[in-house]
Design a protein around this ligand. Structure first.
Ligand code: KG4
Ligand code: ZN
Length: 352
């Protein structure tokens, strides 16, 4: 495999091709990544339409969908990369956190492939995958972030501020005390009758709404901590809706969506700024599904200009769940000689 390690990039003597597999929630994804940087293929089969009819992800349905989709998705990833099975150097797979049945499909498939191809398999922490997405080559990201940096990881299950010292070396600085930011988007979206996933719909509606139309709470504003709480926002929207004779529609709905988005984004930006200054860091990475939010991206860009920190946000398709980020994180682990054994187990509550 690899050779030496310099800053964030490992120097490879030969192209190292790793297959990434991601099935922790409602996307069945496979990707081939070269040297942990260059994405040769990136296939994502979304289950959103299947789960939308239930208003959220149904774990048993997710597992069954993964079982039906995983093999063709991997075959497409290999074909689209223009490689043969024997060209792969290893298989990286999400082993947690996530839905237990969904994770099992990916992990067992990876183990079978590793055995059949006689290649190493490495279990990857889904959150480490999100943190690694920013190291994948992209025209919008001409250089990788320097170490150490601050990462704001905002997804459907997590909201955390993390000090990243190096690949695999993290320190959790702050986290949500209740709902994750994505969960807050999705739950409020459901209250507004926007369907699943609410985050995407609120982002879309916010483009035409007035963010100051409704006054909504910003949690823990005066406190000097960098934790988050979104349950108060959820309660405020629920109370506001209960007091009305009819649900908001048209421009009023867009105004409420924009006000909700602003309430979430303001807190994420404020706490990130506080953490950067407290930690003396000059670079911020924003990752996870909510990092696809246009309001958050714009507000972070403004904060970066005002405060003078360097901002790194992967393109939207690499913020939401994908397998390229798992391959990137897995390549770094394989490069350090790490391997998972055949009894690699899934861990639904795996911490970072
Ligand atoms: O990272 P991700 O794909 O899956 C998890 O690891 O949870 O994140 C999914 C979350 C969902 O809550 C979804 O509503 C949110 O990311 N999300 C967004 C946007 N796109 C996805 N939230 C706000 N605006 C978006 N554009
Ligand atoms: Zn995720």
């Amino acid at each position: 495999m690899p050779t030496s390690c310099a800053r964030s990039s490992i120097v490879y003597s030969v192209p190292v091709l790793v297959l990434g597999i991601e099935t922790s929630c409602d996307e069945t994804a496979a990707a081939v990544v070269e040297n942990g940087r260059r994405v040769l293929s990136d296939v994502v089969a979304s289950q959103i339409l299947v789960h939308a009819q239930f208003g959220g992800v149904v774990p048993e349905v997710a597992s069954r969908q993964h079982v039906a989709t995983i093999v063709p998705v991997i075959q497409r990833a290999i074909a689209a990369a223009g490689i043969g099975w024997a060209d792969l150097h290893g298989v990286a797979v999400t082993s947690g956190p996530g839905l237990v049945g969904a994770l099992l499909v990916g992990v067992e498939t990876a183990k079978a492939l590793g055995y059949a191809l006689d290649r190493p398999v490495i279990g990857v922490n889904h959150l480490a995958g999100h943190l690694a997405a920013v190291f994948l080559d992209d025209p919008a990201l001409p250089s990788p972030p320097p170490y150490p940096h601050l990462a704001l990881l905002v997804s459907g299950g997590h909201t955390a501020l993390i000090r990243v010292e190096g690949s695999g070396r993290h320190m959790l600085l702050g986290a949500t005390r209740d709902d994750a930011a994505g969960e807050a988007f999705d739950k409020v979206g459901k209250m507004l009758g926007l369907g699943y996933p609410g985050g995407v719909q609120i982002d879309r509606l916010s483009a035409t709404g007035d963010r100051d139309a409704f006054t909504l709470p910003r949690a823990l504003p005066g406190r000097d901590d960098i934790d988050f709480s979104f349950s108060g926002l959820k309660t405020a929207v629920s109370t506001l809706l209960a007091r009305r004779a009819s649900p908001p529609e048209g421009p009023e709905l867009a105004n409420l969506a924009a006000s909700v988005q602003a309430a979430i984004v303001d807190v994420l930006v404020r706490k990130s700024r506080r953490a950067l200054s407290r930690e003396g860091l000059g670079a911020l990475v924003v990752c996870g599904g909510v990092a696809a939010n246009r309001g958050l991206r714009a507000a972070m860009a403004t904060a970066a200009r005002e405060d003078g920190f360097a901002l790194f946000i992967p393109p939207a398709k690499r913020c939401t769940d994908n397998a390229a980020m798992i391959a990137a994180a897995g390549t770094q682990l394989l490069a350090r000689g790490e391997r998972s054994s055949v009894d690699l187990a899934v861990d639904p509550g795996l911490p970072l």
